[in-house]
Write a protein that binds this ligand. Structure first.
Ligand SMILES: NC(=O)C[C@H](N)C(=O)O
Length: 321
């Protein structure tokens, strides 16, 4: 007889654990779902917290990363159920903090268990089969949703209600389908080696500012005074209105320039005041291809490790994440 494979399922809340609350005030996380239809798999459930994902903080993510590292050696795969609103942030932090040798797959649902179109069971089964599959070894944290497999660095929530809620440029790195009962899993690229970051805490303060036509820097000075570092969701390839240039020139703290555009890199192309080239010359750090909220988590991790602005710049420049 073959040994059963061991799967750890870590429940954290979200719609996948939700139902309408008895008081009629709306849908809330209540009950962890179970993984359907897996034969020859021994499941251990863990429930470190049960939260809607807008309530999840970097401190919860750090706790979760430690729990995954703790349970992984005794299991063949780990899945994490999570609310979809901040799922990509938790996935990216697990990617940053855990070695790629731990197969950890995050999933959730867009419809709750009381709805006819409840998408929890399919996503759970997909996540479990992906986590346990030999081709998943060495890929670290992944997101599985609607049959698509996503890299934690590029995945993002692209729809507020659709069941295929996740995407992001350049798209999925793999796919799970079924032939009869058997899972058919393909990856479109080989895994990459990388070294995880190991912060003791995530207590640095990093805030995000969102650029818009006509922004004159309102809120910048206040955010800069409070925070250890800033991320700006800038325009296009990382450009800002001219008024921001002198503010950034005067800032000693790291200012990372991401983009509010949904795909593509931040590059020092434009030389008009506030153009990307002038911001970089003023000391700002381009976020590469990370969206603003993932750039924030990377900056938060690096500042919590005590890196200075020059060292932070190198990490972003070298895509060392
Ligand atoms: N589909 C979901 O899970 C959304 C929910 N608001 C959450 O992120 O917790």
């Amino acid at each position: 007889m073959t040994e059963p494979r061991r799967l750890a399922v870590i429940h954290t809340g979200g719609t996948i654990a939700s139902r309408p609350s008895p008081d009629g005030r709306g849908v809330t996380p209540q009950q962890a779902p179970s993984v359907p239809g897996l034969r020859g798999v021994e499941i251990s459930d863990f429930q470190p917290f049960t939260l809607p994902s807008p309530h999840v903080t970097p401190a919860h993510m750090l706790r979760l990363a430690r729990l995954v590292a703790q349970v992984a050696p005794a299991h063949d795969g780990v899945i994490v159920t999570h609310g979809t609103d901040t799922l990509e942030e938790t996935a990216f932090l697990l990617h940053l903090l855990l070695p790629a040798t731990i197969p950890v797959v995050l999933t959730g649902s867009m419809r709750h268990m009381g709805e006819v179109s409840w998408d929890g069971p399919g996503n759970l089964l997909d996540a479990a089969q992906v986590a346990l599959h030999p081709k998943t070894r060495g890929r670290g944290a992944l997101v599985v949703f609607g049959g698509d497999l996503f890299d934690a660095r590029t995945v993002t929530k692209i729809h507020t209600t659709a069941v295929d809620a996740f995407g992001g440029y350049p798209g999925p790195i793999g796919r799970i389908d079924r032939v009869g009962q058997a899972a058919h899993i393909e990856y479109f690229a080989m895994p990459e080696a990388r070294t995880p970051y190991r912060p003791e805490h995530l207590e640095a303060r990093v805030e995000i500012l969102y650029a818009y036509a006509g922004w004159q820097g309102e809120g910048y000075a206040e955010a800069c005074a409070r925070a250890d570092g800033l991320v700006i969701a800038a325009l296009g390839t990382g450009n800002l209105p001219a008024e921001l240039l002198p503010l950034i020139e005067q800032t000693e703290k790291p200012v990372v320039i991401a983009t509010r555009t949904h795909a593509g890199p931040v590059l020092p192309v434009y030389g008009y005041p506030g153009g990307g080239a002038t911001l970089v010359a003023a000391g700002a750090i381009p976020a590469s291809f990370l969206n603003a909220h993932k750039a924030r988590l990377l900056l938060l991790t690096l500042l919590s490790l005590g890196l200075d602005r020059a060292a932070v710049r190198r990490v972003f420049e070298e895509d060392a994440f």
